[in-house]
Design a protein around this ligand. Structure first.
Ligand code: CMC
Length: 427
């Protein structure tokens, strides 16, 4: 027998269907509620609102579980590559060797950026934030590739083009921002090695590819590859729901990711750790500020809408800080401060009561610093990593017969009707 929930308002009873996901998630289906009762539900920030059914990513915020297409993120971080994980997210299963090779060739084939796009790049003012540049450039891709294909094979080319070109454009924007010559992608390099080479190679100092650095980047991107209905993915799905094109949708995702409460937190964390370092290294004043409700300051890299325990990505990222720094034989004073801050915060009743733990952004900046990524590129690194997630979520939405135009309701609390007063009669 199908389960229902009963809602009684003003003596009227409504039976609402109950839905259950494959991992036991429960939802009350309110799609007909307004039509039948005149009521809407009120849920600022959509914290209790399921906007779609999805088979891409599973998260359990209480237990700290994250799986892509059923596979634990820990297993992927240990064994997979970013390209293989992207295939998994987009196609719903791990590729065969032949499919993976084909996918890699496709990424290489579409890695170049149209030379005319360089003129756009060069017109941005020096000092423009790379996230603003990237979102504009991704939207501009639509002008260079206007045909939005319908054939499956061609759709896959569009996805490969996005994955490959966004990475090239990110490296290109960095080179141009520094006034350096652009380095083109190389056919003989893997996706991650190619990115590092495009970022750091130069005629005067050829970049030497270090497999440990490549592996660190693979893991960084795997950990960011998808995170179900987060803010930027919701933006991507929203643009998809109005039948917007995928470039516009991804561009919207990049804009949403830029914010400091979302992907922009990775830059904000490093800036905060640097501030603690510059003020003598004691995290206590910052912890006190974060607890003070009259101060808007928050501990960046702490807290999450879904995780009420340690973010599983942060656990891996923390371990990776130690691994990559020791492999590179380096020390980073900001890592010591981060660990101290975490230790103190996790014992503090405010953080315990509010279930505030480190999230993915808390340690990720230390890894990025170690591999040479400049701070203003941190959120761009998150965006490249999130691309396969955005693409899969966009595609899933397009194929979902239940997906409707995203159009929330509101509770109007403004003036009741009043009439226009001519300007000379206003007091
Ligand atoms: N420092 C201090 N207090 C906090 C923090 C924090 N980082 N995060 C949440 N709180 C408090 C908040 O003040 C509120 O307290 P109270 O109930 O007493 O008024 C309570 O916890 C709930 O906060 P909220 O803002 O209602 O929770 P949310 O689910 O809307 O916010 C969040 C989630 C991630 C925006 C928030 O935790 C935050 O601002 N964290 C810092 C920014 C950050 O690290 N963002 C990266 C998120 S993970 C990467 C990603 O996927 O984007």
């Amino acid at each position: 027998m199908k389960k229902t929930a009963t809602l009684t308002i003003d003596g009227n009873t409504y039976e609402l269907p109950v839905l259950e996901g494959t991992e036991g998630d429960k939802a009350i289906d309110i799609r007909k509620l307004r039509a039948e009762s005149g009521y809407i539900t009120y849920d600022p920030g959509f914290a209790n609102t399921g906007v779609c059914k999805s088979s891409i990513t599973f998260m359990d915020g209480e237990k700290g579980i994250l799986r892509y297409r059923g596979i634990p993120v820990e297993e992927l971080a240990e064994n997979s590559t970013f390209v293989e994980t992207s295939f998994l997210l987009i196609n719903g299963r791990l590729p065969t060797r032949k499919e993976l090779n084909r996918f890699s060739v496709m990424l290489n084939d579409h890695s170049m950026v149209h030379e005319d796009m360089r003129h756009f790049f060069e017109s941005f003012p020096r000092g423009a934030h790379p996230m603003g540049i990237l979102s504009s450039m991704v939207n501009a891709l639509r002008a260079f590739y206007p045909e939005l294909p319908e054939e499956e094979e061609e759709i896959n080319v569009t996805f490969a083009r996005l994955l490959s070109k966004v990475r090239t454009m990110a490296a290109m924007s960095y080179k141009i921002s520094r006034g350096h010559a652009v380095v083109y992608p190389r056919y003989d390099l893997t996706y991650c090695a190619n990115f590092l080479n495009m970022m750091f190679d130069s005629p005067v100092r050829p970049y030497v590819i270090d497999p440990d650095v490549v592996r660190a980047l693979e893991v960084f991107w795997i950990l960011h590859a998808d995170h179900e209905q987060n803010s930027s993915t919701a933006a991507v799905r929203l643009v998809g729901s109005v039948r917007g094109n995928i470039y516009a949708a991804v561009s919207a995702g990049i804009c949403a990711l830029w914010g400091r409460l979302h992907g922009g937190a990775n830059q904000a964390v490093i800036e905060m750790l640097q501030q603690i370092h510059d003020s003598g290294g004691d995290p206590m004043p910052f912890i006190e500020r974060a607890k003070d409700k009259s101060d808007p300051f928050r501990l960046m890299g702490f807290g999450h809408r879904v995780y009420k325990t340690y973010d599983p990505r942060a656990k891996i990222m923390k371990r990776m800080c130690d691994t990559i720094l020791s492999k590179l034989n380096r020390k980073d004073p900001l890592l010591d401060i981060a660990k101290k801050l975490e230790e103190v915060a996790l014992k503090d009743p405010y953080f315990i009561d509010h279930n505030l733990y480190p999230n993915v952004d808390f340690y990720s900046g230390i890894v990025l610093r170690a591999i040479g990524i400049p701070v203003n590129m941190f959120t761009v690194m998150f965006a490249i990593g999130r691309l396969p997630g955005w693409i899969s979520q966009f595609r899933e939405g397009q194929h979902d017969p239940e997906q409707r135009l995203f159009r929330p309701r509101q509770l109007y609390v403004g003036d009741q009707v009043r009439h226009y007063v001519p300007i000379d009669e206003r007091g």
